[in-house]
Design a protein around this ligand. Sequence first.
Ligand code: ADP
Length: 344
Amino acid sequence: MSEQILQSIYNLTKNYNDPLSNKPLDQNNTNFQVVIKNGNVNISMSINAEKAEDANKLSNILKKNIEKINGVVSVNLVLTAEKNPNQPKSRFQINAKNIIAIASGKGGVGKSTFAANIAVALKQIGNNVGLLDADIYGPSIPRMMGITGRPEANKNKKLIPLENYGVKCMSIGFLIDVDTPAIWRGPMIMKALEQMFGGVEWGELDYLIIDLPPGTGDAQLSLAQNSKLSGSIIISTPQDVALIDVRKGINMFKKVNVPILGLVENMSYFLCDKCNEKHFIFSNNGARKEAEKFNISFLDEFPLDKKLRLQSDQGKPSCIDDPHGEISQKYISIAKNLNQNLNN
Ligand code: ADP
């Protein structure tokens, strides 16, 4: 299907000339890149900043016509220029009262698990919640939220988020092929992220929870700067190597004036069901001490728990599978605190 769509796109665009090189917009034009995933078309084209107005006109014509092609769900057309004076300042627009980024210095520390559970917990205490999976390195929210299928577009060509457990979800994995990141250089990733805000029919939300990619790269910085975040929550395991990267995260949010709502320590200990003792596998209390050092709230610690891992794998967050359990109650309690602190 993607091949057919690609062919139809080139059949259409070859009749137009690239504003930069004046060559046709066809397969041989390296300045005109087209990537298709599940009917979502992403195109990037470099332009001359001084001729941005003409390029924008062309872009609108192309977008409109490509949208009409059979099988096309949505179209992203990004124009890139060294200096683009027409680039709007706030690119990530959404109708949400609170936007919270869930961040981590490293991958694999439990950031997405926290994002999924806190989204469900906020829903369970009565909020309208959206969950945006922006983890370009390993989008895992659909799996953790038990979502299969992919989003469809409405008549305004906006993607309808997929919903489960009352939470609206959208993942960057639906839009870009994360296995071929080389094609997805900066501007393309930015455009796909932008599409996840303005290009999605989120409706009115009390909370948008963003599962950020781990680390402090351009995508994280851009989202932090442009999406009017209410704040961030940083997830870490307790050991030193993880905490070094946490400091980088703290500094990034401070630099762009995003409040840090708190630090969460994950995999703090393992409670052995044989000897009933806590084993501190990744050291002890590291994140709690780090929070004290930087004068940041310490929100809670979560044990290394087999059930939590299984629940994620099965697409049933702890707060759904075992809502009255000790772990779920921790998420609920954090959600209640957030509600109180952000809405008063
Ligand atoms: P990240 O988003 O930081 O990459 P994930 O949330 O995807 O991390 O978690 C990585 C893996 O660890 C997943 O398989 C998840 O189920 C598991 N996991 C996360 N937190 C815990 C925990 N506290 N106990 C057991 N397994 C966990």
